[in-house]
Design a protein around this ligand. Structure first.
Ligand SMILES: Nc1ncnc2c1ncn2[C@@H]1O[C@H](COP(=O)(O)OP(=O)(O)OP(=O)(O)O)[C@@H](O)[C@H]1O
Ligand SMILES: [Mg+2]
Length: 251
């Protein structure tokens, strides 16, 4: 098991944001997590990457207990998180953003000085190809389209060689075409990484959910199953009704 979680619970100001008795992920599994707004999806990723401390519970990454470790140590162990807020340097080129990310993996200080080896360059080009940004490597990151910026963010995380990628709403604000490309990218990345993706867009979920989908509601596991299982599950339909209903209507 790449990731396994037991009895995780966290409350904010007396309100239970997450109460998850069990969750596990295989290496190279691509898991999609869905659920209405406020269901605890982002909180779950926050706990895995060490950003939020749960009140109770255990998280094991490759059988190692990681609860209580700092965000930096957890990242070093191989858990990469792509946040919704951009973290690219808008004034640098795409190439330099990738270069910085690749060097960051080694040592932040030396990254300012050392000359990129051929190996590193090759790796940057390989990732640029994967994220579809080869042609814009010398463009300033701030001038990229919204979709391209998101792919660059994913590329930056991928360059850290994480074994587990945590991705929160990657398709938010994207055009249909960009969303589709993002789906294909995630499917390809799942050949090399375990991935947890949070997403609202059901068409996108259908595209990438080749394995299990986890549905959270009010901090709890509502149901887990294949895309078709959850799509036709009355509990899932009900939990979206009267709330954030736009997503299920997409299908
Ligand atoms: N740092 C925090 N302080 C206080 N309350 C928080 C904090 N983070 C999350 N919450 C609350 O915890 C609950 C779960 O929030 P979370 O952001 O995990 O939901 P989500 O499923 O990611 O929702 P969305 O689909 O809107 O992104 C919500 O009620 C939210 O208001
Ligand atoms: Mg969220």
């Amino acid at each position: 098991m790449l990731l396994s979680v037991n009895n995780l619970a966290v409350s904010f100001g007396g309100v239970q944001a997450l109460s998850l008795s069990h969750f596990s992920l295989q290496p190279q599994e691509l898991r999609v997590i869905i659920g209405p707004n406020g269901a605890g999806k982002s909180t779950f990723l926050d706990i895995i990457c060490g950003r939020t401390k749960p009140d109770t519970g255990e998280v094991y990454f490759n059988d190692r207990a990681i609860m209580g470790m700092t965000e930096v140590s957890i990242a070093r162990l191989g858990i990469g998180r792509k946040f919704q807020q951009p973290s690219v340097f808008p004034g640098l080129t795409v190439y330099d953003n990738l270069l910085l990310a690749a060097k960051m993996k080694k040592d932040i200080l030396s990254s300012l000085f050392f000359k990129p080896s051929q190996l590193l360059k090759a790796r940057i080009h390989e990732v640029a190809e994967k994220i579809g940004l080869t042609k814009v490597l010398s463009s300033i990151a701030g001038a990229l389209s919204h979709g391209q910026k998101q792919w660059l963010e994913i590329g930056i995380v991928v360059l850290q060689d994480p074994k587990l990628l945590l991705i929160d709403e990657p398709a938010a604000g994207m055009s249909d075409e960009e969303t589709y490309k993002t789906g294909e990218l995630l499917l390809e990345l799942s050949n090399n990484h375990g991935i947890i993706v949070i997403e609202h867009d059901m068409k996108f979920v259908q595209q990438i959910a080749r394995e299990r989908v986890t549905v959270l509601e009010r901090g709890k596991l509502l149901v887990e199953g294949s895309f078709n299982d959850i799509r036709n599950d009355q509990r899932v339909i009900d939990c979206y009704l009267g709330r954030n209903n736009t997503q299920l209507e997409n299908l």
